[in-house]
Design a binder for this molecule. Structure first.
Ligand code: 13P
Length: 248
């Protein structure tokens, strides 16, 4: 299966619009040279998306959002819809990040509805799944992760599933400096791929303390198609270096 690698920066709640513009000025030239070999996307806070649209205009680096709402419009104070994101040139959108599930009570049902709304709006969902430390210690990783995958994608058609991106992010590895073992992440991702028809062609990323030193080892694994990168994506030169390290 020929799947093009994908590297997505998740800036989380970092960077004002001027900081986003400065990042792009340092990033896009070097990143552009890598795009023939890897898709690259910057998932930014909503307030930065218009800046990215303008600053990235000459580039093939894609714009991503970090969340969306599944209704098209209406009385949903504070929410942002898929058509609004599409109008800003957004090509990818993270859904179901563990921080949103844990801190903002995002449910499996909401993740499924957002995923379907994004597909309908021609934006590629990056659906995040992953187990907690307690679940890992109790040997519940397969059960937890496969149930999240079925809940988010079970109602889609196989060909729709092939178009999405999944990010396997063990919660205990996020922001902890303790990345998963590449072989173990590969086994979990192989399990995810086998969960539902259509996922053989979907790109499945690893996320959780991915950095310049460990990224190549993850990406050398058969089932891992790239990374969803938090803190190591916040510095433009570091993120370029990280992507380069996997393409050598
Ligand atoms: P870190 O790379 O900072 O561990 O964050 C990973 C993550 O949550 C990406 O979505």
């Amino acid at each position: 299966m020929n799947r093009k690698p994908l590297f997505a920066a998740n800036w989380k709640m970092h960077k004002t619009p001027p900081q986003a513009a400065e990042y792009v000025s340092l990033f896009w030239g070097a990143a552009e040279a890598l795009v023939p070999r890897a898709d690259i996307v910057l998932c930014a806070p909503f307030v930065d998306l218009e800046t990215l649209r303008l600053e990235l205009a000459p580039s093939s680096v894609k714009i991503g959002a970090q969340d969306c709402y599944y209704e098209k419009e209406g009385a949903f104070t504070g929410e942002v819809s898929v058509p609004m994101l599409a109008a800003l040139g957004v090509a990818y959108c993270i859904v179901g990040h563990s921080e949103r599930r844990r801190l903002f009570a995002e449910t499996d049902e909401a993740v499924a509805r957002k995923t379907a709304a994004l597909l309908a709006g021609q934006i590629t969902p990056i659906v995040c799944v992953g187990e907690s430390l307690e679940e890992k210690q109790q040997d519940l990783t397969v059960q937890r992760v496969s149930s999240q995958v079925r809940a988010a994608l079970g109602d889609l058609k196989a060909e729709e599933r092939g178009k999405i991106v999944i990010a396997y992010e063990p919660i205990w590895a996020i922001g902890s400096g303790l990345a998963d073992d590449p072989a173990s992440a590969n086994a979990t991702i192989a399990m995810i791929r086998a969960t539902l028809e259509g996922l053989q062609s979907a790109r499945i990323l690893y996320g959780g303390s991915m950095n310049v030193s460990n990224c190549a080892a993850f990406c050398a694994q058969q089932e891992i198609d790239g990374g969803l990168v938090g803190s190591a994506s916040l510095d433009a030169r570091t993120f370029v270096q990280l992507i380069k390290s996997t393409l050598a």
